[in-house]
Design a protein around this ligand. Structure first.
Ligand code: NAG
Ligand code: NAG
Length: 477
């Protein structure tokens, strides 16, 4: 629903911000047909109560180059009554400005979980279904925690493993590490703690795999039956349950706090407009898969179609002499090129969400690996598929060059769908839904096991957090 107002401005309804008052948010969408540049409009976010001093960081709006802007904000204090958001053009309020978010609007580190998950999910406009989650849990009608306790340490818990065992009880998080390579638990901790501050989590006990490859390769009807390990990357020949990757989750949680390459920032940094992009396919990345080296070889032979380079050697060090090493480049510069090649790394390339959010056409290598949102994206609708061995890559680049309108349409459609799927609140919805679904399938009671420790919520020394809800008691260890 767009409200038309004067001065050639179209102001979109406020998206995320307007619908999630009791939640730290940082996205609102303004559709603005620019006549004389974005500097003429101004967004002010402040406490609804004039008496309350609330620190709110509001970076410059991100210009998405299509007449829409993203305005983000990050709360550093809690606004108890709520927020007032003023959108001014030449000093005058436009559309329905000022917008009021009824409070309290908590800051990120305020531990104040909503006790009714349905209310919380409704507030966030979480989708009713996530097909990937339905598919993932179809293999596990019943989750037998005793079977997992018996088998997981033996099968996946060796020294070189990367599996962490979590129990959530009364909204407190406990864990123990099974292997040595579990430093990435800081990322699984981060999303679990963040969720627990916002919504009451179900009691549950599960194993997260922090390594690259999905682990469970048993088939659904095998005896013994497969085990539901939670992973960041899925594959067609494994049964792991997928969460959004640590990469996009972390960059979302820490956006505007040091992370600069996040899913929103990228949308405001997509380089020149379509007609001014270099008409070549582009790739930069590490040497984590052989096809990436082939890509560089192809690029040397066809520099008019492809610009590909390896920025770091580890797996194929002997190839460095022959293929050379390219300079590191930030994502934002990728979008100087019209076509982006997405080739797997060790597993799915975690750059894919970022590439999809740009305004270039993505050429995606066929792959058995996937992240949580891939199933919503279709070849020839949202991206152009290329064979796993890259044998048709050059042909596809030529096709795109010769069919510019069509290519542009696919790029737009892909971008628009990715913008929708990868909104910050959708990541929260998805992660929560996985935990909820898991809890529904548990056939026994979770418990705090030997060697587990409490993962504390980060201290909140810089800002008071008066929560109006009662906190659940902590379980005795
Ligand atoms: C393309 O680049 C030229 C030269 O920098 C610039 O004048 C023109 O406005 C650009 N076109 C678009 C659509 O951005
Ligand atoms: C590449 O893979 C396709 C199957 O997807 C196969 O038909 C083709 O022969 C392969 N090409 C090369 C050069 O290996």
């Amino acid at each position: 629903c767009l409200a038309h107002v004067g001065w050639g401005i179209k102001l979109g309804s406020l998206g995320f911000a307007a619908i999630s008052p009791a939640f730290f948010t940082f996205l609102m969408r303004i559709t603005y047909i620019s006549l004389s540049g974005p500097t003429l409009f101004k967004v002010i976010v402040k406490s609804l109560s004039p008496k309350e001093i609330v620190r709110i960081y509001v970076p410059n709006p991100l210009d998405r180059n299509d007449g829409s802007f993203l305005v983000r904000y990050r709360m550093h204090d809690t606004a108890h009554e709520g927020l007032k958001i003023e959108v001014l053009y030449g000093g005058e309020h436009v559309a329905q400005s000022p917008y009021i978010l009824k409070g309290p609007v908590y800051h990120e580190y305020c531990e104040c979980p909503e006790e009714d998950p349905q209310i919380w999910q409704r507030t966030l406009s979480c989708p009713a279904d996530e097909t990937q989650i339905e598919d993932d849990f179809a293999s596990f009608p019943s989750i037998n925690l005793q079977q997992m306790l018996n088998e997981v340490p033996k099968r996946f818990g060796d020294e070189r493993g990367a599996v962490v065992h979590y129990t959530i009880l009364n909204n407190h998080i406990y864990r123990r590490s099974l292997g040595k390579y579990t430093d990435f638990k800081m990322f699984s901790d981060e999303i679990l703690l963040s969720l627990a501050r916002k919504v009451l989590l179900p009691d549950l006990e599960f194993y997260i795999n922090l390594g690259d490859w999905p682990l469970e390769h048993r088939k659904v009807n095998d005896t013994p039956s497969p085990i539901p390990i939670i992973s960041w990357c899925g594959s067609l020949d494994s049964r792991d349950i997928i969460l959004p990757t640590y990469d996009i989750t972390h960059s979302t949680l820490e956006a505007m706090r040091g992370v600069t390459n996040d899913l929103l920032s990228i949308q405001g940094n997509t380089g020149p407009s379509w007609i001014n992009k270099t008409e070549k396919a582009f790739f930069r990345g590490r040497d984590s898969r052989e096809e990436r080296l082939q890509l560089v070889q192809l690029s040397k032979e066809n520099p008019q179609l492809l610009d590909a380079g390896i920025t770091g050697y580890f797996f194929f060090q002997e190839k460095e002499k022959e293929l050379g090493k390219a300079k590191l480049m930030g994502f934002f510069d990728f979008f100087k090129y019209k076509y982006q090649v997405n080739v797997d790394g060790t597993v799915a390339a975690y750059r894919y969400p970022y590439l999809m959010l740009g305004d270039s056409l993505v050429l995606k290598q066929d792959s058995p690996y996937y992240e949580h949102f891939y199933s919503a994206l279709r070849p020839w609708k949202h991206y152009v598929p290329i064979k796993r061995n890259l044998s048709d890559l050059l042909e596809k680049v030529k096709w795109a060059k010769e069919n510019d309108e069509e290519a542009r349409k696919i790029a737009k459609e892909g971008q628009s769908t990715a913008r929708d799927l990868l909104q910050p609140h959708r990541l929260y919805c998805y992660s929560y839904r996985v935990l909820q679904k898991y809890a529904e399938h548990q056939s026994s009671k979770p418990a705090i096991r030997d060697g587990m420790e409490l993962v504390p919520q980060p201290g909140d020394s810089t800002s008071t957090c008066q929560c109006h809800r009662k906190m659940p008691p902590r379980e005795e260890l």
